[in-house]
Every structure is written in structure tokens, then in C-alpha cells.
Ligand binder design. Structure first.
Ligand SMILES: Nc1ncnc2c1ncn2[C@@H]1O[C@H](COP(=O)(O)OP(=O)(O)OP(=O)(O)O)[C@@H](O)[C@H]1O
Ligand SMILES: [Mg+2]
Length: 310
């Protein structure tokens, strides 16, 4: 049975569909990568799985049990931890105290939490910074702190939102090594990552999201060498973006005409298209489809440069 099961997950924010009918599973001990351009819905997916956002439809299960409506602390109790894309340590607390916050999920005793926090800090290579203030850490060290805080909750499944995002090149290999070690220790991981080299090397399976939808779910070698799913998507996206952009122009013209005649708009007045949700939504789909085209065509380009498997 899968450790994490996600089926038909849908989340809307006003006119934006951040996740649309998302389904995938994570087996115990598996390392799954999640890729997709900005705004594809990756962080929202983590928010839905960890209870930080409520799904409009669909189901999240752990070991087959429904956890869709549980609070973040209840989900953490069941062994799911996460890191955040935007780092937010308690900057006035020490590194150790920050990690103790995580440890208190499992114990009410300060001494036990302190011990657990020391252990977590050692496992991410931050033991020597335990007494430093969190605000004094570099970005790479803060990423490690986030990891330690998540590990202190003793998870079975760890969701990492852009573990190498925003750190300098020299820091990336150390973080990648750390993720590998965590995986080797038996932890199941879902890793959002923009660095293609990193994720292709790390992940056993990759889920590609675009416009909130899963457009590919396959091992990295298939995504890179035989990206049929991505190619199908590209054809769709190019069509969609053309339709969306011409739809926008059409809606914009009609919008101007309607508002103009209603408000007695002068001929040279600026067209208030922002009043038209339809036009805005269409333009956002068009722009996001174009971003997707750029993002995924880089993967396709890199795959065409790779030699075919023998
Ligand atoms: N709390 C929110 N309120 C309104 N809209 C939101 C909210 N959270 C996300 N969105 C929208 O949902 C869409 C998906 O956002 P999300 O942050 O999940 O994307 P992402 O794939 O994580 O992008 P990035 O790579 O930039 O982190 C975007 O259009 C975003 O603006
Ligand atoms: Mg994100």
C-alpha cells in the first residue's frame, strides 16, 4: 500500500485553479521529485497534503486512511513533515530552540525535546551552530535548520519545498548529499526542485505539474529520454496559449466596447480590461502556458542532446 495517496485533488483561488484533479502516490521510502514552472501549483500541493490549505475536491490518504480534512498538527502527528519555500525561522530564538519547536510535537518534556533537537541538528550538520541565533545563519544553513526542525518531528514522509532554491552554487552539493542521506536512512521524500540536474539525479520518479495539472509522472530516465507526455503537453500548451491570447484580445475589445458605451467612454480613454475577470483569467492561462512552454522545452532540448539508451 502507498504511504501517501493523493487523488483528484483540486484547489481554486478565485479564478485560478492552483491544483486540478491531481493524483499520484508515494511508496514507503520512495523519493519523488515534483517539477513545474512558477505558479504550476507545487507549493499548493504541499499545502493541501499537510493541511495548510483545504482542498475543494479530492482526497489525501496516509496508509490508506483519509486525512484530507485534518489540521496541520494532526497530519504532522501522523508522520508528515515539510519545509517551506519561504524560510521563516524564529529569528530571535537560537538554532536549538527553533528545532525544539519541532520536537515538542512528540514530547512535552523540555529535556527530551532538547536531546531530540541536538540529534536532529547533528544529522543535518549544524551541531556546532546550536547556540547561535537563527538570524545569523546563511541561507544554506537556514535550509538545514528547516530540515532539522522537520526531522525533529520524527516524520516518515518529508516534503521539501525547493531545498536548493536561493542558495549559492557551492552550497548545493552539500544539500543534495544531505537529502540523499535522509533518503538512505529510510525516509520517504517528495522534493520540489527547479534545478533539473539535481532532481534528475535524486528522484526515483518525477511528477511534472503545469497549470495545476499532472502532465507527466515517470522515472527521470523516461522523462528525459522519452518525454512523450511532455511533448503532448507542449502541443496542447502552444495551442492553448494562442487561443487564450486571441481570446483575450476578443474579450478585451468586447469589454471596452461594453464599458465604453455604458460609461460614455471617450475614444482615446484607456481600455479598462482589468474589470473583466474573463479577460484576466484568459490572459493568465495564456501567460502561464507560455511559461510552461519555455520551462519544459528546456527539458526536451536537454533530452535531444543526450545519447539514446543502448
Ligand atoms: N494563498 C493563495 N491565495 C491566492 N492565490 C494563491 C495562493 N497560493 C497560491 N496561489 C496561486 O496559485 C497558483 C499556484 O501557486 P503555487 O505557489 O502553488 O505555485 P508553485 O508551483 O509553487 O510556484 P513557484 O515555483 O513560483 O513556487 C499561482 O497562480 C498562485 O498565484
Ligand atoms: Mg512554490
Amino acid at each position: 500500500m502507498s504511504l501517501l495517496g493523493v487523488s483528484g485533488l483540486t484547489k481554486r483561488f478565485g479564478g485560478v485553479i492552483a491544483n486540478r484533479d491531481v493524483s499520484f502516490a508515494v511508496a514507503p521510502g520512495e523519493l519523488v521529485g515534483v517539477i513545474g514552472p512558477n505558479g504550476a501549483g507545487k507549493s499548493t500541493l504541499f499545502d493541501l497534503v499537510t493541511g495548510f490549505q483545504r482542498a475543494d475536491a479530492g482526497r489525501v490518504s496516509l496508509d490508506g486512511a483519509d486525512v484530507t480534512r485534518l489540521r496541520p498538527d494532526e497530519i504532522a502527528q501522523r508522520g508528515v513533515a515539510r519545509t517551506f519555500q519561504k524560510l521563516r525561522p524564529f529569528s530571535d530564538m537560537t538554532v536549538l530552540e527553533n528545532v525544539m519547536v519541532g520536537a515538542f510535537l512528540r514530547t512535552a518534556e523540555v529535556a527530551v525535546a532538547r536531546e531530540a533537537a541536538h540529534h536532529a541538528l547533528a544529522s543535518v550538520g549544524l551541531a556546532d551552530r546550536a547556540d547561535a541565533h537563527a538570524r545569523g545563519l546563511s541561507t544554506g544553513q537556514r535550509k538545514r535548520l528547516e530540515l532539522a526542525r522537520a526531522l525533529a518531528t520524527r516524520p516518515r514522509l518529508l516534503l521539501l519545498d525547493e531545498v536548493t532554491g536561493g542558495v549559492d552554487q557551492a552550497t548545493i552539493p552539500g544539500l543534495v548529499r544531505l537529502v540523499r542521506e535522509l533518503h538512505a536512512s529510510g525516509l520517504a521524500l517528495v522534493v520540489i526542485e527547479h534545478n533539473m540536474r539535481v532532481i534528475m539525479e535524486l528522484a526515483q520518479r518525477i511528477v511534472a505539474l503545469q497549470l495545476g495539472e499532472v502532465i507527466a509522472d515517470a522515472p527521470p530516465s523516461e522523462i528525459v529520454r522519452n518525454p512523450r507526455e511532455l511533448q503532448r503537453y507542449m502541443i496542447w500548451a502552444i495551442g492553448a496559449s494562442m487561443v487564450a491570447l486571441s481570446g483575450l484580445q476578443w474579450l478585451g475589445r468586447r469589454g471596452c466596447f461594453a464599458i465604453g458605451s455604458h460609461n460614455k467612454m471617450e475614444k482615446n480613454d484607456q481600455c479598462p480590461t482589468e474589470k473583466f475577470d474573463g479577460a484576466i483569467d484568459t490572459s493568465s492561462v495564456g501567460i502561464r502556458a507560455e511559461v510552461g512552454i519555455q520551462y519544459f522545452s528546456e527539458i526536451l532540448d536537454s533530452s535531444s542532446r543526450q545519447p539514446s539508451p543502448a
